[in-house]
Design a protein around this ligand. Structure first.
Ligand SMILES: NC(=O)C1=CN([C@@H]2O[C@H](COP(=O)(O)OP(=O)(O)OC[C@H]3O[C@@H](n4cnc5c(N)ncnc54)[C@H](OP(=O)(O)O)[C@@H]3O)[C@@H](O)[C@H]2O)C=CC1
Ligand SMILES: O=C(O)[C@@H]1CCC=N1
Length: 257
């Protein structure tokens, strides 16, 4: 059992609280200044508190506030070298955090699927066995260099938003074809989930899997021809590049300080 706390229980922090709690392997102190945010995670935490010094008692402390609030939170946190501080803020470099705490610092880029324990996370730095187990408990993680954090932020941090957009586009197409919205969304979202599971577990490449769906003279190849002609892959690449660029801009703000 690892004693954890999450400071900032907004969109990402509450997803982490919930996933850690659901794993059954962690105690979780949820900390936020907003009583409504704490009420929303009350059923998925060991304790809720507005007192940051209580959150500072955990072995692993997540700082899940917006990047521009990180410095203020660190100034209130008194941690020891035996503790781990996990920073998740986009663009905030590890050395910025290390200069403001005595704790061991781990920088990760998580995503919203922590809530369902399907998170894809990118992690940098020396990860202790406890942190590795913790990340395994809420999904999958990849170890990367810190210089790769901006692109990881775009791919797996912002990525869920891009996928929600694509699922909705598929849903809307289903509705336009006569399905009701709920049916269409279930079919589209489950199709994304199943396709994701397949590509994760199957040795075949994306191109080979596309081939497997395209029956000769069938329906799929007609749709794929439209996608290949539309440069949809370039639109996705542009979205990722824009998010990466913004992550670099945020990081530059911190380097200026
Ligand atoms: N959203 C996402 O999918 C992802 C977010 N991140 C990172 O996670 C961090 C949080 O993002 P997100 O959850 O979207 O932001 P939110 O604004 O949804 O959540 C931040 C929470 O922190 C609270 N807060 C502000 N100041 C304090 C404080 N001093 N002590 C305790 N709590 C405080 C806020 O309260 P109030 O609203 O009252 O100010 C809010 O509830 C960011 O750094 C972001 O880069 C990383 C990956 C994915
Ligand atoms: O949009 C953001 O800045 C945060 C970081 C990655 C996902 N959400």
């Amino acid at each position: 059992m690892v004693h954890t706390s999450v400071i900032g229980c907004g969109n990402m922090g509450s997803a982490l609280v919930t996933g850690l709690w659901k794993s059954g392997n962690h105690t979780v102190i949820a900390c936020d200044l907003d009583p409504a945010a704490l009420a929303a995670v009350a059923d998925y935490s060991t304790e809720t508190t507005e007192d940051i010094s209580r959150a500072a008692e955990a072995d692993v402390v997540f700082v899940a506030v917006k990047p521009d609030i990180v410095e203020a939170v660190l100034s209130e946190l008194d941690l020891s070298p035996e503790q781990t501080l996990v920073t998740i803020a986009a663009g905030v470099p590890t050395d910025f955090v290390e200069a403001r705490t005595d704790a061991d610092v781990v920088r990760i880029m998580p995503n919203l699927a922590a809530e369902t324990r399907d998170m894809a996370a990118a992690a940098t730095g020396d990860l202790s066995p406890a942190v590795r187990e913790l990340l395994d408990d809420v999904g999958e993680f990849a170890e990367i260099e810190e210089a790769q954090m901006d692109i990881a932020t775009a791919v797996n941090g912002s990525g869920p938003a891009f996928v929600f957009y694509l699922i909705d586009a598929m849903t809307q197409a289903g509705v336009a074809g006569g399905l009701d919205h709920e049916e269409a969304e279930t079919l589209a979202a489950q199709t994304f989930k199943g396709a994701a599971e397949t590509i994760l577990r199957d040795d075949r490449s994306a191109d080979e899997l596309i081939d497997a769906v395209c029956s000769p003279n069938g329906t799929t190849i007609e749709g794929m021809e439209v996608l290949w002609d539309s440069d949809a892959d370039e639109a996705v690449a542009d979205a990722v590049a824009a998010a990466e660029r913004r992550s670099k801009e945020l990081a530059a703000d911190f380097e200026d300080e």
